[in-house]
Design a protein around this ligand. Structure first.
Ligand code: ZN
Length: 156
């Protein structure tokens, strides 16, 4: 800490900033707005109590959450950060809907390019019956299109 300069909280509350001031690590004197907004919404003594109830390693997160909520509450006095959350949730569900529509369109486009489903199933059934894939193994069996061509050729 830089010398005797009080933290933002003690400066605003006009009190002496002691070495074990609970606000000092989270409300530096160079950012007075951060404390003033939290103080206005929650009150300094409530913030102090909240911080005291928390383990030290969680206090910084709690402070940034308090600052976020206080800022949101100032911008939107009725809903506060709930307003932002529900706005974002709305956006997520709209985007999920758009994604589902796009995926359906992709599926439709794919089905229009490929032969009808029934035909494919019949082919698969035929393969199982005749054991064609095993017969075709030695002749470039990895290429499905070629296999189909050969099969058609054998069968005619
Ligand atoms: Zn202080």
């Amino acid at each position: 800490m830089e010398g005797n300069s009080p933290c933002a909280s003690c400066k605003l509350l006009r009190r002496r900033c002691t070495k074990d001031c609970i606000f000092a690590p989270y409300f530096p004197s160079d950012d007075p707005h951060k404390f003033s907004i939290v103080h206005r919404i929650f009150g300094a003594s409530n913030v102090s109590k909240m911080l005291q109830e928390l383990p030290v390693h969680q206090r910084a997160d709690a402070v940034s959450s308090l600052v976020y909520e206080a800022t949101a509450r100032t911008k939107d006095p009725v809903y506060g950060c709930v307003g932002a959350i529900s706005y974002l949730q709305n956006q997520v569900s709209q985007l999920q809907m758009q994604l589902a529509v796009a995926q359906t369109e992709i599926l439709c486009a794919q089905m229009q390019q490929e032969p009808p489903m029934a035909e494919q199933q019949v082919e698969a059934y035929d393969n199982n019956l005749t054991g064609m894939p095993q017969l075709m193994n030695n002749a470039s069996s990895s290429n499905l299109a070629q296999d189909q061509l050969k099969r058609e050729f054998l069968w005619t």
